[in-house]
Write a protein that binds this ligand. Structure first.
Ligand SMILES: Cc1cc2nc3c(=O)[nH]c(=O)nc-3n(C[C@H](O)[C@H](O)[C@H](O)COP(=O)(O)OP(=O)(O)OC[C@H]3O[C@@H](n4cnc5c(N)ncnc54)[C@H](O)[C@@H]3O)c2cc1C
Length: 153
């Protein structure tokens, strides 16, 4: 059985974290409190409580050569300093290319995690409890066991 890694947040950090897990033969399960990827870079007309928000015209101040994922170049026809909509487009290309979507659980907020508490064979596993924003009964509260967890937020 592959070792599962809890990744918290599907912003740029969480996305690359999932991809690195897959490279290492680990199984990422990403918990994203909102209903989409992108984190800070997903512009919303009506900002959500507790979430930082960019404004509509924001252009990133990091060049595409500096900010791109090292194994997934930003398309040549994208400008060097991208508008936030192109950053989101790039993130979606990354998710599609590495087939990350199936590993993401949306509308799930990591609420707390217990301390290392469970021994399974030779490895310690972590109990993660989550409080869920989504009303679906099967997602009300969930306790899962993970070998590791990583905060991508
Ligand atoms: C105002 C501002 C301007 C910036 N401008 C630039 C810039 O020009 N260039 C640059 O390179 N960087 C900039 N940054 C830095 C920015 O933080 C990074 O570019 C990038 O967004 C960090 O990605 P992240 O995945 O770590 O966090 P985020 O993009 O914040 O994503 C975190 C994700 O985790 C989710 N999440 C949070 N808590 C939980 C929880 N408890 N359970 C489940 N999910 C959760 C959130 O919904 C979100 O989707 C800026 C930051 C700010 C605040």
């Amino acid at each position: 059985m592959s070792r599962r890694v809890a990744v918290v947040g599907a912003g740029s950090s969480g996305l690359v974290c999932m991809k690195c897990c897959l490279d290492e033969g680990l199984e990422p399960v990403c918990f994203e409190s909102s209903d989409d990827i992108g984190g800070l870079w997903r512009f919303k007309e009506n900002p959500e409580p507790d979430r930082a928000s960019i404004y509509h015209s924001v252009i990133i101040n990091t060049s595409k050569e500096m900010m791109c994922f090292s194994d997934f170049p930003i398309p040549a026809h994208f400008p060097n300093f991208m508008h936030n909509s192109l950053i989101m487009e790039y993130f979606r290309m990354y998710v599609n290319h590495f087939q990350l979507a199936k590993h993401i659980r949306f509308n799930v907020r990591k609420h707390r995690q217990a301390s290392l508490s469970h021994k399974c064979g030779s490895s310690l596993q972590l109990t993660v409890s989550m409080c869920v924003a989504d009303p679906r009964p099967e997602h009300k509260e969930e306790i899962r066991l993970f070998a590791f967890w990583s905060v991508g937020c």
